[in-house]
Ligand binder design. Structure first.
Ligand code: PEP
Ligand code: MN
Length: 337
């Protein structure tokens, strides 16, 4: 149920209505928009029918949200959500560029890539310290040592760090090093993990599952929002189809589709979608054209030697060239880079 307050409703109105709802045993989420404040009340909505909240002078109307995701929906928040990460913002005019190796391999390699990403104008450094590998015999990541290298690269370059959390038992550790906590495609439906990051006060990058619908992605986001963490960034990273010349199929229609259904920012990861470095730049351009709020791109100082996902990783040179082209496109699209 959402309670739309009248324009000009005061903080004291928001407080007393929220208090009333809590007394009824409902969970309260307040969304303060530019024009109106909306209060989301989650729980047994039958209780609301018995209470004449509509008569409250600060209330304009009460609407049911019939969707299985509520806080993630556009009904709950009409404006686009902007996620602040230090001086960077995801969901704004500026396209958020998150780039770096698939996995953190060495201090030197990571620093080389981080400096290149910074120089090219990127804002975020990506890199996994805990890797969800399909085979248990593949390199599993450096763990905390990798997180330390990421933190050092942040110190050195000012880039914000995006890194994956796989296990709720590592939540505190990853929280201490990351600026954005990534939940990988394979964990999109790990509801225990989603609830755990929902309790943290740090932005979460939630990737779409390999075979998940957009609705399922939004329901997973809802798990995080419902725990009180409203800083969720969604990521389209390709879905499984019968096509096998690409690793997955990049579902670019998901970008405008999600934008219509939800207020959350959406970024695109063409690297894991196509699995081939030659297809990454054109798909980055297409993603921005489709309205993506940012890009997650794998870049490696020497892709041929990469421990993980070398074939889809861009060289620094190709990444630089891509950034130049993205800058021109951004201008045409009324965006910045
Ligand atoms: C990654 O970004 O490092 C990754 C493993 O991607 P995905 O979860 O989308 O496969
Ligand atoms: Mn990868």
């Amino acid at each position: 149920m959402i309670i739309v307050l009248k324009q000009g409703a005061k903080q004291s109105d928001i407080d007393h209505i929220s208090e009333k709802l809590r007394e009824m045993g409902l969970k309260v989420h307040v969304s303060e928009g530019e024009e109106r404040t909306i209060i989301g009340a989650i729980g047994d909505e039958r209780i609301l029918r018995e209470t004449p909240l509509e008569a409250d002078p600060a209330v304009e109307k009460i609407l049911p949200i019939l969707k299985p995701f509520k806080l993630a929906s556009r009904d709950f928040r009409r404006e686009n959500s902007r996620i602040r990460v230090g001086e960077q913002v995801v969901g704004d005019k500026k396209i958020a560029i998150m780039a770096g190796p698939c996995t953190v391999e060495s201090r030197e390699g990571l620093l080389t890539v981080a400096k290149a990403v910074r120089k090219a104008g990127g804002g975020f450094l990506r890199g996994g310290a805990f890797k969800p590998r399909s085979s248990p015999y593949s390199f599993q990541g450096l763990g905390e040592e990798g997180l330390k290298y990421l933190a050092e690269a942040r110190e050195e370059t000012g880039l914000k760090v995006v890194t994956e959390l796989m296990d709720p038992r590592d939540a505190e550790m990853v929280f201490n090093y990351a600026d954005i906590i990534q939940i990988g495609a394979r964990n999109m439906s790990n509801f225990t993990l989603l609830k755990e990051v929902g309790k943290l006060r740090k932005p979460v990058l939630l990737k779409r599952g390999l075979s998940a619908t957009v609705k399922e992605l939004l329901m997973s986001a809802e798990y995080i929002l419902d725990e009180g963490n409203h800083e969720v960034i969604l990521c389209e990273r390709g879905i499984r189809t019968f096509e096998n010349d690409t690793r997955n199929t990049l579902d670019l229609s998901a970008v405008p589709l999600i934008k219509g259904m939800s207020h959350l920012p959406v970024i695109v990861d063409p690297s894991h979608a196509v699995g081939r470095s030659d297809l990454v730049p054109p798909m980055c351009m297409a993603a921005v054209t489709a309205g993506a709020d940012g890009l997650l791109v794998e870049v490696h100082e020497n892709p041929q030697e990469a421990f993980c996902d070398g074939p889809q990783s861009l060289t620094i040179e190709v990444f630089n060239d891509l950034m130049t082209r993205l800058r021109t496109l951004a201008e045409v699209m009324g965006r910045t880079l």
